[in-house]
Write a protein that binds this ligand. Sequence first.
Ligand code: HEM
Ligand code: HEM
Length: 226
Amino acid sequence: MDSGGPVYVGSSFRVTVVARVFGILAVILMLVWLLHYREGLEYDSENPSRVFNVHPLLMLLGLVITAGDAMMAYRSVAAAHNVQKIFHMFLNLLAICLGIIGICAVFKFHDMIKTVDVYSLHSWIGIATITLYCLQWLIGFVSFMFPKASRPTRSRISPLHSMGGRALLYMAVCAALTGLMEKATFLQLQPHQRETRLINFTGLSILLFGVFVELSLTFAGYRVNY
Ligand code: HEM
Ligand code: HEM
């Protein structure tokens, strides 16, 4: 008779490895773009483009890659649940810190080139993502760490917390993809230019990272009920 236990836990671990490969690829492609095709990056530069470039890199490293890794911590960190929870909490905090510095960089860039703030679809998705991400962190901390809700409340919150976290990763991926498209449009890149393809492959790697993080969480949670 079937025990009803999780049957895809092994696959889930392998899928986390695939997710990481796409994550690393996305970061490498982004660095090639910013360092080789663009002017490089520096937060304190006089050159607005170098200041701007801090934004895409930190947003990718923070709200996409570190966030995805934080979500996979319960699958990929071989330790007791409490240790996994601490990893999960700190990685999510790191994601938020990188995200905040990344957003400060683009606000600084807008100040330098004297343009208005938060007018595009990308910036709306971005602001919503970082705001809800901070809220999710606070609610997660209060419910699961300190002062910690009662066991029945925790078990009621847990699926909502998990769904909310996954939705936030989709939102961060949407923000990153709309950001890449917006920048490619501002730069007036031509259809078959190398840089256009590089940006497209960066976007695809980000998308596949998100898909594989989601798959790894789904596999691990899937149980046979028949
Ligand atoms: C999780 C990922 C991202 C988030 C949450 C995010 C968030 C934001 C926010 C809130 C702004 C508005 C800042 C202001 O109005 O002063 C902004 C601007 C901008 N971002 Fe991102 N961003 C992300 C990734 C990216 C990426 C990967 C690129 C690619 C180059 C990018 C390109 C831009 C551009 C061109 C602007 C200036 C134009 C505008 O305000 O829409 N972003 N971003
Ligand atoms: C202090 C902050 C946080 C704490 C203490 C915390 C705690 C937890 C705990 C205890 C679980 C496991 C629930 C269970 O066993 O069913 C969990 C799962 C999860 N959390 Fe958090 N969390 C925090 C922040 C966040 C944030 C900011 C996000 C994303 C935006 C997030 C996304 C998730 C996801 C997607 C899962 C499901 C993981 C899986 O299925 O393996 N968490 N969190």
